[in-house]
Structure formats: structure tokens, C-alpha cells
Design a protein around this ligand. Structure first.
Ligand code: SF4
Ligand code: SF4
Length: 436
């Protein structure tokens, strides 16, 4: 007997199952890597700006005050790069890399762990103990975070030391503890409210994003498959319902709802993957998925091309600035120490010589402008390290009574090396010599 196969042949093939990648562990891995980078950058001198020493550190090398501009140049490049990438990948920064999200995730997950350890769901009277423990850890984290961020602008050893010896560096200690108080307010009371209501980057991106920007989207076209389990809402750290529409200002693009739906639907024996996906723009999947990549991400869009040109210009400018040779320079700071020794008024100055030359040089310190003032120390030439900053303590003296009290003499301190021409020919700075 002949078998009629017509029905089977004309049946449409079931959609191929999508490969589902679990996003949560991936996001945690990215956050851990970025967290480690944030910690080691200032501690290992990989990237920091030392405001006190007016020096810029990059990958273990220190650059002089003339190169501090590189720090701001790097910041500009980072900002434009972030914006350019965000035009394509939407709020990836918010959900996957932003330190504020990192801190909020840390706070939430710590809260869950403490509640779990204390078995708060079994013993509700332990809620107070759980909250107190959580608050103490968050306060300690605030101080550590403040010190860490302070280390980007002041030598890390000074910042960390100021936490335990505040009187040794009162200014640094005050600043660090004030910043820690701000951080504590954020970690204890603000956290995600900042992302939803105050973050300028999120607000700006919600205006600048366009139809080709990647976003987390509920697939309205498959609305019939939704079983209304509510898992996507329960697991959303921002407490929103992605089914209300893509591009909600509170959505940080973390992808937790994507994982939630991908977990739920297969267990309900639904034929294809979850109903929430990362998508370029809001077009239905059938269109965005079949578009060539360049069109999907909008590479040929005027806005994107403009950003790329600006970025290229900044990178070229940065490269030139990084290779400009540093001129040798001197800065002088009076210590304010006055003493009378052996009938001579002695004043101390801190002379910083920034050598732009690769070789070391020995230089004699001299003072000019008034023959009544002479260099008492150093008597012999001092060694000026090549491509480095050398601090020399210089003592100037004048016979007591030879210059009337209250006089302000404009003088010039110089360091010169006559033996090695071209190495350190002469560098000088003006000072005012004051007679108290
Ligand atoms: S809606 Fe989804 S992607 Fe957006 S914040 Fe909530 S869980 Fe994250
Ligand atoms: S997790 Fe998926 S199935 Fe459940 S409510 Fe959200 S969209 Fe619907």
C-alpha cells in the first residue's frame, strides 16, 4: 500500500534552536577583571596622575609636569571611545563595566549572602543582625574605595598611610575620609537610584542612541509564548519590566532578564529560546538578523563616522604629545625656614630639577642677583639624574644685618654643568629672597 507523505513533506521545518549563552557568569567575569584593573592601576603605577608631584604615571613610567596633559588627553580619548562604542552597543558600559553597577551588584550580592548565612528566611528576628553586618562591611568598603580612588591622584603610600596616621597628612586624610563618607552615603542609600535618576551618561545615551543601537528587547512578535512567570521582573536589578518596551531609561542592559527567560521557557517545553534578547534597534528579528553586520551596527552612519574621525585625531595628537622631548626645567619652593647660624641668616629652598636628558649630569648650584647672598649648601656639584626629577635642598645665606629687615630681593638660582656641554647647560628659576 502506498504511503501518502505529502503532509510531512509540506510541513515547515521547526525553527533551529538558538545557542543560548549564559550571560550572568560572563558579566561577573568582566566585572571582576575590570575591578582588578581599577585596583592595580594606581597601585602599580600603570595609570595615575600625581597632583602633588605634578607627574603623570603610565605603564610604570613617570612623565614630567609638561606631560600631565597626556592624562587629560587619555581621558578625552576614553570618553569619546566610550561614546562611540555605546552608540553601537548601547548601555553595555552601564550593565557590564560601570563601577557604580559593580558597587551596587556587590552590595546586593553581599546582602543575599549574609541573609543566607544567617538563615533570615527561617529566623526573621535576625534581619537586624543581617542589616547591621551588611552596613559595617559597606562602611569599610567605602573607606577602601575612597583610598583607592584617591590613589589615582596622590601617591598611594601617602593615601593609605593617612588612613592610619591622619595627623601625618591631615589634608590627605580629611579628603579621603570626606570622600569615604560620600561613598558610604552612595553604597548604603543610593546605589541603583543614581543609575535610574541621576547618571548623566545614561540620560545622554538615551537621547543619543538611535535605531541601530543595541538594546535589550522583549520580542513582542512572540508575545503568545510568554507564560507570565514574572522571572524577568524578579531578577531585574532595576526592578523594571522589559515587556513594557525597550530603551526604558532605568534599563542598564545587564542581560539578567535574558538569562531568566532563557532558563524558564525550555523548562516549559517551549520550542525555541527565550523571549528577551540583545538586538540592534527595534526591528523584528527577521530583519536585523539577516542584515550585514556593517548595516546592523550602522558603520556608515554620519554620526559614527564623525566620532571615528574625532577619535583618530585625538589618538594622533596623543601620540605626538607622548614623544615630545621634555625640556629640562627647575622649580623652587621656599621652605619658610629661617635660622641665624654663626652670624649668618640661613634660608632653605627646595629646588626640583626635571631633567629632559637621558644622561646623568653633575651640576653646580649658584645664586645671582645680589652679591650679599651666597650658596651655603650644597658646596659641591650635585648629581642630576637623567630623565628624572631630582630634589636638592639649597641653603642661601647672607651676613646678619647686611640686608635691612623686610627686604625682598629678586634672585636667580641656577644649576649648570660646564663639563658636559649639551647635557645640562644651565637651568634657572627666579626666587624672592626675603629678610625677616
Ligand atoms: S530589564 Fe533586563 S537588561 Fe534591563 S536592567 Fe532589567 S534585567 Fe537588566
Ligand atoms: S521570563 Fe519570559 S516567559 Fe517569564 S514573564 Fe518574562 S518574558 Fe514572559
Amino acid at each position: 500500500m502506498a504511503i501518502d507523505l505529502t503532509d510531512r513533506i509540506l510541513q515547515p521545518l521547526p525553527p533551529a534552536p538558538r545557542r543560548v549563552v549564559k550571560l550572568h557568569p560572563l558579566r561577573r567575569a568582566v566585572q571582576v577583571v575590570l575591578g582588578v584593573i581599577i585596583v592595580v592601576c594606581p597601585l602599580l603605577d600603570i595609570f595615575r596622575l600625581d597632583l602633588r608631584a605634578a607627574r603623570f604615571w603610565a605603564i610604570g613610567h613617570s612623565y614630567s609636569a609638561q606631560h600631565v596633559i597626556l592624562f587629560f588627553w587619555s581621558a578625552a580619548i576614553f570618553a569619546i571611545l566610550l561614546f562611540a562604542v555605546s552608540l553601537i552597543y548601547g548601555r553595555w558600559w552601564c550593565g557590564w563595566a560601570c563601577p557604580q553597577t559593580l558597587a551596587s551588584d556587590f552590595g546586593d550580592s553581599l546582602n543575599k549572602r549574609i541573609s543566607h548565612v544567617l538563615k533570615v528566611n527561617v529566623y526573621p528576628d535576625r534581619v537586624g543582625a543581617a542589616t547591621a553586618t551588611w552596613s559595617v562591611v559597606m562602611l569599610v568598603s567605602s573607606v577602601v574605595t575612597a583610598a583607592l580612588l584617591g590613589s589615582y591622584f596622590i601617591a598611594p603610600a601617602i593615601v593609605w598611610d593617612s588612613l592610619v596616621h591622619p595627623t601625618a597628612n591631615p589634608g590627605v586624610a580629611d579628603g579621603t575620609y570626606a570622600f569615604a563618607a560620600l561613598m558610604a552615603g552612595n553604597l548604603l542609600f543610593v546605589r541603583r537610584k543614581f543609575c535610574a535618576n541621576a547618571c548623566p551618561y545614561g540620560q545622554f545615551l538615551s537621547l543619543a542612541g538611535d535605531t541601530k543601537t543595541m538594546t535589550v528587547r522583549y520580542l513582542d512578535e512572540r508575545d503568545d509564548d510568554c507564560i507570565n512567570c514574572g522571572q524577568c521582573v524578579t531578577l531585574c536589578p532595576m526592578n523594571i519590566d522589559i515587556r513594557d518596551g525597550a530603551n526604558q531609561i532605568e534599563c542598564i542592559g545587564c542581560g539578567e532578564c535574558v538569562d531568566a527567560c532563557n532558563d524558564v521557557l525550555p523548562r516549559m517545553k517551549k520550542p525555541v529560546g527565550g523571549l528577551i534578547e540583545y538586538r540592534y534597534g527595534t526591528d523584528p528579528a527577521t530583519i536585523t538578523r539577516t542584515l550585514p553586520l556593517a548595516q546592523r551596527v550602522g558603520v556608515w552612519d554620519v554620526k559614527r563616522i564623525f566620532l571615528c574621525v574625532v577619535l583618530l585625531g585625538l589618538i594622533v595628537g596623543f601620540s605626538f604629545a607622548a614623544f615630545i622631548p621634555t625640556p629640562t626645567a627647575m622649580t623652587v619652593a621656599p621652605s619658610g625656614d629661617y635660622a641665624t647660624v654663626g652670624g649668618e641668616l640661613v634660608e632653605t629652598y627646595s629646588v626640583a630639577i626635571e631633567s629632559g636628558r637621558p644622561e646623568d649630569a653633575s651640576a653646580a648650584i649658584a645664586v645671582a642677583g645680589d652679591s650679599r647672598v651666597r650658596v651655603l649648601l650644597p658646596i659641591h656639584p650635585v648629581m642630576i639624574a637623567g630623565k628624572a626629577r631630582t630634589i636638592v635642598s639649597v641653603k642661601l645665606g647672607s651676613k646678619s644685618g647686611s640686608i635691612p629687615s623686610g627686604t625682598r630681593l629678586p634672585l636667580t638660582i641656577s644649576a649648570s654643568d660646564g663639563k658636559i656641554p649639551g647635557n645640562l647647560k644651565g637651568v634657572a628659576a627666579r626666587i624672592i629672597y626675603y629678610v625677616p
